[in-house]
Each structure stands twice: as C-alpha cells, then as structure tokens.
Design a protein around this ligand. Structure first.
Ligand SMILES: Cc1ncc(COP(=O)(O)O)c(C=O)c1O
Length: 383
C-alpha cells in the first residue's frame, strides 16, 4: 500500500491493487471461487476458509484503504448494513450512542434495536450543531461509548465538523465511526480527521453501477481492525468473490465518475434553485446551504446528492417519477444513472424529513440532457 504514497487518487485508483508484475503475469487479479483451502495442522494465518478471508477481496480492500489513507486494509462486507452493524458492535454494551437524527434510517434502526436490547440509549442530534453533539456526548452524567457521524447526512445533507466532533468524543473516551458513503474517500478522509472507524455502503459510489450490494469498514488501529475482522467472520456478513471483483473493476473509474457527478450535481443544484417550480433545493455547494462554508473548509467536494422540494408538495413529488424519461425513479444512489426518490415513502424515515422532499442522486449522463428532462417533467406535472 505504501508504495503509492504521494500519488493522486486518480492514479492510485488505476495503478494500485494489481498482481505483481512479472513476465506473462495478468494485469488484473483473478477471481478465486473457493470456499476452502488446502490446509493441514493448526491454523497458521494462511488461507483457510472463505468466511475468514478470500484472495479476491484483498485488492479491493487494499484500494479502498489507500484511497481512505488507511495503513490497514479495509474489510469488505456483504452490504453497507453489514459493515454498519459490525462497526456498532464496537460500542461498549449498553453505552449511549450519539447519532445524527438524519442518519440513514436503517443505521438508526440498528442502533435503536441494539440499545433497547442492552438497556442503552440513542441520543439523536443535529450533527451540524457541534455544541449539541458535544453536549450529547456527555449528557446525563454518562459519556457516550460511540459517536456515529454521517456527513453529509442521508437525506438532509447536514455537514458535520468531523475533526471537532472527534476531539470532543475522544476527550470523553468515546469512539467515533463515520459513514463516508456520501462523500467517498475522494471527498473526505475521516481517519485523517481523527475518526476511529469508517464505513461505506460500497453499493453506492464505490461500485457505482447499481449492480452489486457490498459494504466496507476501516479502522484506525490494529485492535479495532481485529475486532471488526473477528465479528465479520463470526456473524458471516462476507462478500461474494464475484461482487468483490466487480467492485475493484468499478473503483478504477471512481475518480473519473466522481469528477463528473460532483460537477453536474453542483450545476443542477444551481439551476434548480432558480427554477420557478422548485420550492427548495439543498446542496452543500450552494451558498444558501447552512454549512456551505464548513463543507468548503473540510471537504474536497460537495457530493453527488442534492435534495429538492417541488412546488405542489407531495402530489408533485409523487408525480415527477411518472413523467421522467432519463431520470430513474428508484431507491439507492451513487450509480452512473441519475435517480431520485421521495424518502418519506418509507414509514421508517425520520418525521423531520419533509413529506415532499426528493433525494436526488446525480449520475454521469450529459448534464444538459438531465436538465432538459427534469425541467420538462416539472412543467408537465404542473399542467
Ligand atoms: C449512508 C448510507 N449508509 C449505509 C447504507 C446501507 O448500505 P447497503 O444498502 O449497501 O446495505 C446506505 C444505503 O442506502 C446509505 O445510504
């Protein structure tokens, strides 16, 4: 991993995690379809069984780690939620968890379920309000065991001050885990900002083609990495080798995709904010976003997700999906195809998310085509 130190992410994504060069060696790693390995005597750390490790995971794990600036390899999981659940497992049993009130809804459900079983509590906060987060960390005379950060949050796009929260959490003895799905390692590197753990839904930008479900977790320290590895092996939320290979293949173009996605998202946000049939737009690139300055300071991107609330409220938000031609009405995000979804269609989404809010995931299509389709659809819905 260290041999690529100092290279730009666009180069690392292409040059890293390749088989060793020798005459006649393949340029891409093979897919190892083997559940078990030839093995005699006491396990000695070599390959043994594919719930514990599989060679096909390793190049993708290495590449994610390099992009995240981690000296330890990432740990692939069968889904983002498998990685999230594993990271939450690092909390001391029963210790309070501080979480953004607009974290991904399934992450909140896992935290609440776990805390209910263990007699703990989830302290939901506005993660953009650093003082409120610090207060929640040490509320009720009991320090939190885990501070969970999503930044930008899904779907409200609040931007957290990750370094400041890490400092407050560590002063109180709490671990910090950051879900870096929205920003990607190209947008921010939470381990370098002080986080102990980073998780990804690799289903989203890292894979980027809406064809696999995968997760990844990274740790800043050997003991945490070991704990994550052990729990992954025991709980069994492991990746299939073919999916892991597809992830590696997709990450070769991650920087290229993100460059287009970020530029198009910012351009569409700017135009939508001026659209007479759009009531509200949120994107960290907009000066109207409450944490625009913070995002400029802490992130190298503003992200590929924006939100919008059409004029006409819930009915218009529902109707848009029926009229679009290029945009895909679908859940998930981070694919090459642009999509959107009304998040409150899920009863588990936070009640503070407006009923008519659409979470918009910008893909890599031509931005003018995307604009024309959205503009025409907004007009059709209002006819
Ligand atoms: C921010 C975030 N974290 C985690 C997840 C869960 O990932 P997966 O669907 O791969 O399990 C999602 C899924 O939408 C997400 O948006």
């Amino acid at each position: 991993m260290s041999e690529n130190h100092g290279l730009a992410p666009a180069t690392i994504a292409v040059a890293s995690a390749r088989p060793t060069r020798s005459q006649g060696s393949p340029v891409n790693p093979p897919i190892t379809l083997s559940s078990t390995y030839h093995s005699i005597g006491s396990p000695d750390g070599s390959m043994l069984y594919s719930r514990w490790s599989n060679e096909t995971w390793h190049p993708a794990e290495e590449l994610i780690a390099e992009l995240e600036g981690s000296p330890l390899p990432a740990l692939l999981h069968s889904s983002g939620m498998a990685a999230v659940a594993n990271a939450m497992h690092l909390n001391r049993p029963g210790a309070p968890i501080v979480m953004p009130r607009h974290a991904y809804h399934a992450s909140l459900i896992v935290a609440h379920d776990r805390s209910a079983r263990e007699g703990g509590q989830v302290r939901e906060v506005d993660v953009a309000d650093t003082d409120a987060v610090a207060a929640a960390i040490s509320a009720d005379g009991e320090a939190a065991g885990l501070v969970w950060i999503e930044s930008p949050t899904n779907p409200m796009l609040e931007v957290a001050d990750i370094p400041a929260i890490c400092e407050a959490a560590h002063a109180a003895g709490a671990l910090v885990a950051v879900d870096n799905t929205f920003a990607t390692p190209l947008g921010q590197r939470p381990l370098e900002a002080g986080a102990d753990v980073v998780v990804h839904s690799a289903t989203k930008y890292l894979s980027g083609h809406s064809d696999v479900v995968l997760g990844a977790a990274l740790a800043s320290r050997g003991d945490l990495h070991e704990a994550l590895h052990e729990e992954r092996t025991d709980a069994g939320g492991v990746a299939g080798p073919v999916e892991a290979w597809l992830l590696l293949r997709s990450m070769r173009t991650l920087p290229l995709r993100m460059e287009r996605i970020w530029a198009s998202a910012a351009e569409l946000a700017r135009r939508l904010e001026e659209h007479p049939l759009v009531a509200e737009v949120r994107h960290p690139s907009l000066p109207s976003h409450p944490q625009h300055e913070r995002a400029k300071r802490l992130m190298s991107c503003f992200g590929g997700v924006l939100t919008m609330r059409p004029v006409g409220g819930l009915r218009a938000a529902e109707e848009l999906g029926r009229f679009v031609r290029i945009w895909l009405p679908a859940t998930s995000l981070g694919g090459v195809e642009s999509s959107f979804e009304r998040r409150r269609r899920f009863p588990t989404e936070a009640a503070t998310v407006p009923e008519d809010l659409l979470r918009v995931s910008v893909g890599i299509e031509d931005v003018e085509d995307l604009w024309r389709d959205l503009d025409a659809t907004l007009k059709e819905v209002h006819q």
